[in-house]
Design a protein around this ligand. Structure first.
Ligand SMILES: C[S@@+](CC[C@H](N)C(=O)[O-])C[C@H]1O[C@@H](n2cnc3c(N)ncnc32)[C@H](O)[C@@H]1O
Length: 239
């Protein structure tokens, strides 16, 4: 996993646009509309990669602070470089939309933060890549305050059979070829399509979230269910 993402770091953003069929920005905007994040919140970005989600949250919701984490240091180096190109505060602090962001290498399956320390956790295209998903979801649950939300954007399963068949054909035959041609990294796209096919559908992911302790879990489909944004709430008064 580490090798795949550290080897594609430089072309990652192009890879993202291709792998989501160009819809990445649309889905990210949908995620921002669904994310219950407010001005007072301290937010944890899980598997934050090169920082797209972190910067989108900072611009859309202006929380108090955001912690952008990822397993691969090279991905966070790109995120830091993006932040460095933003205007600084008069004191010289690096911010985006006036909000400070911090970056740290973190394995989501073993989060080094205290229980109940974040108001919201957000994660795009992360959980699919984690070998121990129940543990990762439990770790996110643990670090959220009661009433806090996990917002998760991931590839999913189109419910309509005809759309699903067309999409599966596209995934299997066109994406590895097209992605390989553009980025020169066919293996990365073969991994991507296999991981999407093997990933639980909308209900399956909601079940995993409930098993981790989340109470209310809802989701919204994008592009006919090729992607879905789940919002899972940690119950009030629970540990
Ligand atoms: C497809 S990228 C998504 C990055 C970012 N969220 C975005 O939307 O651009 C997946 C990221 O998950 C990270 N990742 C994989 N396994 C992880 C783990 N166990 N803990 C934290 N991050 C992980 C990878 O390093 C990679 O940056």
């Amino acid at each position: 996993m580490k090798d795949i993402f550290s080897s594609i770091t430089k072309k990652y953003e192009r890879f993202n646009v291709i792998s989501s069929f160009g819809a990445y920005k649309l889905w990210l905007a949908g995620m921002m509309r669904q994310a219950p994040i407010s001005l007072a919140d301290d937010v944890l970005d899980i598997a934050g990669g090169t920082g797209d989600v972190t910067f989108a949250v900072l611009r859309a919701s202006h929380p108090t602070h955001i912690q952008c984490t990822d397993l691969v240091p090279e991905m966070l180096d790109v995120a830091r470089a993006h932040l460095a190109s933003e205007p600084r505060t008069p004191a010289g602090d690096a911010t985006c939309a006036g909000v400070p962001a911090a970056f740290e290498v973190v394995d989501a399956q073993d989060i080094p933060y205290a229980d109940e320390s974040y108001d919201a956790a957000i994660m795009a295209y992360g959980i699919r890549n984690m070998p121990d998903r129940p543990r990762a979801l439990f770790e996110m649950y643990r670090v959220l305050k009661p009433g806090g939300a996990l917002v998760c954007l991931e590839f999913s399963t189109p419910p309509n059979a005809a759309w699903r068949a067309l999409y599966n054909f596209y995934l299997k035959h066109l994406i590895p070829f097209w992605g390989g041609l553009i980025t020169g990294d066919k293996a990365g796209f073969v991994y991507l399509t296999k991981s999407i096919k093997a990933f639980p559908d909308q209900q399956g992911l909601a079940n995993l979230m409930k098993q981790a302790g989340f109470a209310e879990v809802t989701w919204k489909n994008y592009t006919g269910g090729i992607a879905a944004v789940h919002v899972a709430i940690k119950p009030e008064g629970e540990r």
